[in-house]
Design a protein around this ligand. Structure first.
Ligand SMILES: Cc1cc2nc3c(=O)[nH]c(=O)nc-3n(C[C@H](O)[C@H](O)[C@H](O)COP(=O)(O)OP(=O)(O)OC[C@H]3O[C@@H](n4cnc5c(N)ncnc54)[C@H](O)[C@@H]3O)c2cc1C
Length: 307
């Protein structure tokens, strides 16, 4: 028996993920008179940070307030619809994609933009998750200025640990590199950090001593507490399952591969924001979404008026 339920309205673009990248793309597309549906699960990666920094005009603003201001501005564009929800599946092909939400809604669109960000995989270390975004920090450009000159820590090892320690030392000369086990830095790099005044601590971490997310010290497995005002740490990430289900090609760093026009390897599927790059910032996500919005509009224009 054929289904009698009506086909869902065919939007020009379905944007999955309505944070900085997705909303920025929606602005470019709404201003291009495109019928856009943005669906968002409401869990941006920076939601634990009390303030977001390094985004011009919003330096020091709570992350949610930036998104609220963006949504308020998008409300002026009648072609842009914002919806709360979680997309569970995307099927179809260029020109007619169909998305299914967790609560059973069906959404149809000619093009899809993935702006779903990444999920940070926090270590089991006690206190780490409580402090994430408050005083355990992923990026000194975002949060280094607020703790400059104070005793800081970096959690990392090997080449990446060296690079991160070298970076964070720009903000504080009182720096400890916690390798959380035997150092795998080369002897030369270990010596270079030592000459620069960076302490290397190889004893495994036991927990992060904190009050309401504000770190006081790093407790080591041998019972010592090393006082720090903040700990910088890079953590692994996971992509949303949609990208794997769609079959999007990935970069060597595990991000969704996009070309210079924000296209993924799947025709009609575009991507913007954190899921496409290790260089994570609100400004970068907004820029990436803005570009994706324009390129999607160009693709639609070319289909409508081939030349
Ligand atoms: C703790 C922390 C603090 C940070 N602080 C700063 C800072 O001070 N300054 C700065 O510039 N940058 C900061 N960043 C980086 C910045 O937050 C990110 O670069 C930016 O949020 C990326 O934007 P995005 O839109 O790509 O992804 P996100 O902001 O992570 O948003 C992704 C959105 O997609 C939604 N989503 C995911 N899957 C689905 C689905 N299946 N269906 C529907 N919706 C879905 C999520 O719910 C979420 O709302 C910080 C990052 C972290 C982790």
């Amino acid at each position: 028996m054929p289904s009698t339920s009506p086909s869902p309205f065919l939007h020009d673009v379905l944007i999955i993920g309505g944070s900085y990248a997705g909303l920025s793309a929606a602005l470019a597309l709404g201003r291009s008179l495109r019928r856009v549906l943005v669906i968002d699960g409401g869990a941006p990666c920076n939601r634990t940070a009390p303030a977001s920094h390094n985004f011009l005009t919003h330096d020091g603003t709570p992350p949610a307030a930036i998104a609220r201001a963006a949504r308020a501005q998008l409300a002026h564009y009648p072609h842009v619809e914002l919806m709360s929800g979680q997309v569970a599946e995307v099927s179809g092909a260029d020109g007619h994609f169909m998305a299914l939400t967790n609560d059973g809604r069906r959404l149809a669109a000619r093009k899809v933009l993935l702006a779903t960000g990444v999920t940070d995989l926090l270590p089991e270390l006690p206190g780490f998750a409580d402090c994430w975004g408050i005083s355990v920090l992923h990026c000194p450009y975002c949060h280094g200025y607020e703790v400059h000159g104070l005793p800081l820590g970096v959690r990392g090892n090997g080449d990446l640990g060296f690079e991160f320690a070298r970076l964070v030392r720009n903000w504080s000369g009182a720096l400890t590199l916690f390798t959380d086990g035997p150092s795998t830095l080369s002897a030369g790099r270990q010596a270079a950090l030592g000459t620069a005044g960076v302490r290397i601590e190889e004893v495994p971490l036991a927990r992060i001593v904190h009050t309401a997310g504000q770190v006081a010290a790093i407790a080591l497995a041998d019972g010592r507490d090393i006082p720090v005002a903040a700990l910088f740490a890079r953590v692994p990430f996971a992509l949303n399952g949609l990208t794997a289900a769609l079959g999007c090609a990935l970069t060597p760093t595990g991000h969704v591969a996009v070309d210079e026009m924000s296209r993924t390897s799947i025709p009609g599927v575009y991507a913007a924001g954190d899921l496409t790059t290790p260089l994570r910032s609100v400004a970068a996500a907004v820029g990436s979404g803005n570009r994706a919005g324009a390129f999607i509009n160009h693709a639609l224009i070319a289909e409508e008026l081939p030349g």
